[in-house]
Design a protein. Structure first.
Ligand code: MCN
Length: 776
């Protein structure tokens, strides 16, 4: 058992250490999948369906097979039988009921625009694309299931081997006890909130390079991923090769946002093709493919009923959730299982009931997106404002009356969640204070008299971080080289969040070396220990804890040897900047390099009871109840003539425990907030009624630029978790808190004119429609 460190900033932890990866990334020297160029490498492209639902009546690939430079053209007939069972995203093994069966290529039917039908492999991408144009496909078109809200009862079936378009259903109708609460409460209010379809849009789209060498029976895969070890499992399964014959390497990853936590159908298909051809094949997704066929997210609605007593205390809540999984969800499709029990979030709500339904539609599959269960935050926080307006109470006051206080902790929610070490009340008050709530209300009233619409919105959330199954533990492997430098091997695949730096900070702090003397290795399954990857804001609590513990254990080994060499008791030793000295007698010291040389080169001179191996492999097992939390507050002005929204100020008060690196924490928050703002105001992967995607380039799919994002003002409360070091996660938070905060600000501005909104996106046309509805 490793002792827990008190929550204080140290020499490296808690400091704004410059990112070790930045010189490489900012000077164009990062190594992404597309930078991998191997001898005799072939290039792949997919032929995709351009209709949403149809039977393939004719598929002719002869001309493509005979085209210049083409090495192979695969169809379902060539590949699907090679796969034993369907290609489930790896973490969902055994959960076939939640998932649609997935095979490499569309077999008889296509199920969304973008469904891959054929894989063309040629000497270069140009020739592959030219040959793809020659593939001839005839379809018998079928009615497409596009509207997810009616999909469960639609008799047209996305997957005909399933009895309905229902992928998963949990919970049930309002229980009699909860109904009694609703009937007896002075206020019982029901409202429906919708999020809309949007995408992860990382800078680097998906990509893979696979090389199979039949002579040493080795499959090497270079992959853009958040999760190298799960990827190896998936590639081993799809090829039938043992896992130790598959090596996955992840270089730099240009963003993932959840999409790259799982192993996509296309990547598995390309790997299988390379294995069958015994060749090297590269596939790089283009932006058009990314927008129509990688994965979509946030397509869900929640109908919330909330009962409130006369003092504004929440007394019961029920939520009915419907979630669009698309045709082939690739993980995160079951987020409703998590989001509904979380609905009460940072508030005391004694009773909760829920029902969640995941449906299949003829649209692009859903994947996890930065805070995949955050619909509970959206629905709850928007509902709090609706309730406040309905009962005539200030929304901040309503939050104050219901928010969990420190004295309530640990708190077990009505959804069965064990919540501890959070600070929702403090973050709410910090935001109220920083944004100048009372002054803003006065300014708003003045503006209203001038015909201007100002609004303010708040959103609180609590986010669970330590989890079940493979997410509940994390390894770290630390090793000291003969010259005293330290190598750290972690399982994850950082994809933009600076783990190279924070892992070095943790090692330096708890071992007693300098960050410059630490090299962090990640993303290579051959050298790193098995772990569940980067996601779910788990690096702070999980990798943080694993490295913390491993560094302390390694220091014990160093002190045992140093104690012998210095003729001092190991417990009297200390180490800083790679120098070990006797506490109180600094002159009695020895360099770590000397200890390392002794351990590596003359272990025989050490006593038998001293372990000369200067490395530690440690697997940390997480406790329950590790939660981070935050409050977001946003102000805006809505132009009543154009319907455009200008965000004025954006304040975040967050609690991720001790910040390992405050710069990285604030960068994570700002990035997430930008995505949340983009989601609510600009981004929309819209389909027409026949299932044709209407936003398949960045001309139509609007992502916010720096001009649309206000300065994100970050403030911190630091409450230690029970994890070693006390670290909690932060990476998803911006994208969880921002959508409801922005939405509530716009709704508040519209309420000045008596207008209401409950759906997203809040684009000018929806804002104007809301205003016109009350003007006419
Ligand atoms: N950190 C810290 N102090 C803490 C907690 C965390 O300094 N108390 C640091 C961590 O060491 C890490 C970063 O903050 O460098 C994020 O850590 P954390 O939130 O613990 O977890 P993850 O690394 O697992 O982050 C994943 C989260 C998710 S789920 C998505 S999706 C995501 C993200 O964070 N996608 C990103 N951040 C992203 N950032 C970029 N640039 N690109 C993405 O695709």
């Amino acid at each position: 058992m490793v002792e827990t460190t008190p929550l204080t900033a140290g020499r490296f932890v808690g400091q704004k250490v410059l990112r070790k990866e930045d010189p490489r990334l900012l000077t164009g020297r990062g190594r992404y999948v597309d930078d991998v160029s191997l001898k005799e490498m072939l290039h792949a492209t997919f032929v995709r369906s351009d209709v949403a639902r149809a039977r393939i009546t004719r598929l002719d690939v002869d001309a493509a097979r005979n085209a210049e430079g083409v090495v192979a053209v695969f169809t379902a007939a060539d590949l699907n039988d090679q796969v034993a069972g369907s290609m489930l995203p790896s973490l969902f093994q055994g959960a076939e009921d939640f998932m649609a069966p997935i095979f490499p290529l569309a077999q008889d039917d296509v199920r969304f625009v973008g469904d891959p039908i054929a894989l063309v492999i040629a000497q270069n991408r140009y020739l592959a694309e030219d040959a793809a144009e020659l593939v001839e496909i005839d379809y018998e078109q079928l009615p497409a299931v596009i509207d997810y809200e009616s999909a469960a009862t639609n008799s047209e079936l996305v997957h005909p081997n399933r009895p309905a378009n229902v992928a998963m259903m949990m919970g049930g109708p309002v229980a009699p006890e909860l109904q009694a609460v609703f009937d007896g409460a002075p206020h019982t209010i029901t409202e429906t909130f919708r999020q809309h379809r949007y995408s992860m849009v990382p800078m680097e789209c998906r990509g893979v390079v696979a090389r199979f060498d039949p002579y040493d029976h080795q499959l090497d895969v270079w992959f853009s991923s958040q999760n190298p070890h799960e990827a190896r499992l998936a590639f081993s399964r799809v090829t039938g090769l043992p896992e130790n014959s598959v090596r996955v390497q992840i270089g730099d990853v240009g963003g993932g946002f959840g999409l790259k936590s799982f192993v996509g159908r296309e990547e598995q298909t390309v790997v299988l093709a390379a294995y069958l051809l015994k060749k090297t094949v590269k596939w790089i997704e283009d932006r058009h493919e990314h927008l129509i066929a990688s994965a979509h997210a946030r397509i869900e609605k929640m109908t919330v009923t909330m009962a409130v007593d006369d003092d504004g205390n929440f007394v019961g809540a029920y939520v009915d959730h419907v979630d669009d999984s698309g045709a082939y969800p690739i993980g995160g499709g079951s987020a409703g299982m998590l989001s509904c029990p979380l609905l009460t979030g940072p508030y005391r709500v004694p009773q909760l009931g829920f029902q969640t339904t995941q449906v299949w539609t003829n649209t692009c599959g859903k994947a996890a997106y930065r805070g995949p269960w955050m619909m509970e935050t959206v629905a709850r926080e928007e509902m709090v404002d609706v309730v406040a307006r309905a009962i005539g109470m200030d929304p901040v006051e309503l939050r104050r009356r219901n928010v969990i206080h420190r004295s309530d902790l640990p708190y077990t929610s009505a959804g069965g969640q064990f919540i501890d070490n959070v600070s929702p009340e403090e973050t709410l008050e910090q935001c109220v204070d920083v944004i100048g709530y009372d002054d803003f209300r006065a300014e708003q009233a003045k503006a209203k008299a001038e015909g201007r619409l100002l609004g303010i919105g708040f959103a609180l959330y609590v986010e669970p971080q330590t989890r079940f199954g493979p997410y509940g533990n994390e390894p770290a492997h630390l090793r000291i080289a003969p010259d005293g430098h330290v190598d750290v091997y972690i399982a994850s695949g950082a994809h933009g969040q600076g783990l190279e730096t924070t892992t070095a900070q943790l090692t330096a702090e708890f071992l007693g070396v300098h960050t410059d003397d630490v090299t962090v290795h990640q993303g290579d399954t051959e050298s790193t220990p098995y772990g569940a990857g980067t996601g779910g804001s788990r690096s702070g609590p999980m990798i943080g804890a694993a490295v913390h513990d491993a560094a302390i254990l390694l220091q014990e080994k160093v002190f045992a040897i140093a104690g012998h060499l210095l003729e001092a008791a190991p417990e009297d030793l200390q180490m800083e900047e790679s120098v070990i000295s006797v506490a109180g007698t600094p002159a009695k010291s020895i360099a770590l390099a000397q200890v390392a040389r002794s351990a590596h080169m003359s272990p025989g001179e050490l006593p038998d009871d001293i372990d000369p191996i200067l490395e530690v492999m440690h697997r940390y097992k997480a406790p329950d109840g590790v939660w981070s939390n935050a409050c977001h507050a946003c102000t805006c002005e809505v132009d009543p003539n154009t319907g455009t929204v200008e965000l004025l100020r954006y304040v975040v008060s967050e609690d991720c425990g001790l910040m390992i690196n405050p710069n990285i924490v604030e960068g994570q928050i700002a990035g997430g907030v930008a995505q949340g703002i983009g989601g609510v105001l600009y981004e929309h992967n819209i389909y027409d009624d026949d299932g044709n995607p209407l936003a398949s380039t960045f001309l139509d799919y609007l992502i916010p630029t720096a001009a649309e994002i206000p300065d994100v003002e970050c403030h911190h409360i630091e409450t230690a978790a029970t994890t070693p070091g006390g670290f909690k996660g932060v990476g998803e938070g911006g994208a969880i808190g921002a959508p409801p905060a922005v939405f509530n600000a716009v709704a508040d501005a519209l309420a000045q004119a008596g207008a209401t909104v409950t759906d997203q996106p809040l684009d000018p046309s929806r804002v104007l429609a809301a205003l016109h509805a009350v003007r006419s």
